[in-house]
Design a protein around this ligand. Sequence first.
Ligand code: GDP
Length: 310
Amino acid sequence: MIIAQLPRFHLFLSPSHFNLLNHRSKPPVSLARTLFSFPPKSNLATVEPIPLPVSDSSDLEEDAPVEIPLDKLFVPPDTDISRDDLTARILKGSNIVLSKYARDAQVAQADYVKSSVRTEDCPADGLPEFALVGRSNVGKSSLLNSLVRRKRLALTSKKPGKTQCINHFRINDNWYLVDLPGYGYASAPHELKQDWNKFTKDYFLNRSTLVSVFLLVDASIPPKQIDLDYASWLGQNQVPMTMVFTKCDKRKKKKNGGKRPEENIKEFQDLIQGFFETTPPWIMTSSVTNQGRDEILLHMAQLRNYWLKH
Ligand code: GDP
C-alpha cells in the first residue's frame, strides 16, 4: 500500500461526517445536530464541548478539564459516533475516539533493527510503522523509552553517526517504531538543518508502510514557529499525523510564561487548523509520569489494525 492510498483523516469518515468535519470553522449548532444525528435522549445531541479528564493533580484550578467540541474530535474509521458512550470512548488527555480496532496494544518485545540513511534502505518486510519526530530536546528519546518500557533503547539512535539516520525498532515482531532525526538543533549549521529537512521529507512522502507520523511538540512552552512550520508542511502534504504534546507534567508558571500545557496546546491547534481539512489526532504525554503512554499505544494499535485490514 503506498502512502497516497492511505486513508487520510477525513476519509476515515462517512460522507455526512466528512461534510461536517471538513469545515474549517466551527459549524452552526443546527448543522452539527443534523449531520451527527444524535439520538434525542443523548446528552451529545448538542455541540456542548465534551469535558475531558486530565491527569490527577491537587490543584483543581490548574487542572480544569479540557473541553473539546465535537467537531474537534478525531474519529477513526468504522466508528459509530452516535452511540451514547462517546465520552467514555475518548482517550484520556486527547481528542481521540477509540474504535473497534484498538486491540493488541501491549509492547512485549522491542528490538533495534537498523539505521538507514535513505528511505530505500529502510526495512523491506512491509510491516506498518510509526515515525517519531520533533525538535531536538523535545523528549523524543524519553518517550520512545517509555513506550517500550526500556530505559536505554533509544540511546541507540543517539550514538555518533546515527543521529541523522532513520532508526528502526521492531515491536513484537510485527510493527515498527521509527526514530527520525531531531530538527531545529540550535548549533547545527544551516546547511545541515536543510539536509535534515530534505532527508525526512523524502521519507514522509515515499515510505509506503508509514501509517502515521507522530509529531512531538513541547507543551510546556508557547508554540514555536519551527514546530508550526513542520505541522503545516505535513498537513499541506496530506501526510497522516498525530500530534504528541510532551512534558505535560511541567506546570511551573515562571518557566513557561504563565501558560498551562492545555493552553499552549490549544494555541498550537488554533495556529495550525487552517492547514488541515479535519482536526488531526492529538494526545498529552509526560515521560516523567508516563501520562499518555498507554493511550498512544492504543491509538497506534487502532491505526495499525485498520491499516492492515485495508
Ligand atoms: P530528545 O532530544 O528529543 O531525544 O529529548 P530527550 O528525551 O533526550 O529529553 C530532553 C530533556 O527533556 C531531558 O533533560 C529529559 O529529561 C527532559 N524530558 C523529556 N521528557 C520529559 C517529560 O515528559 N517531562 C519533563 N519534565 N522533562 C522531560
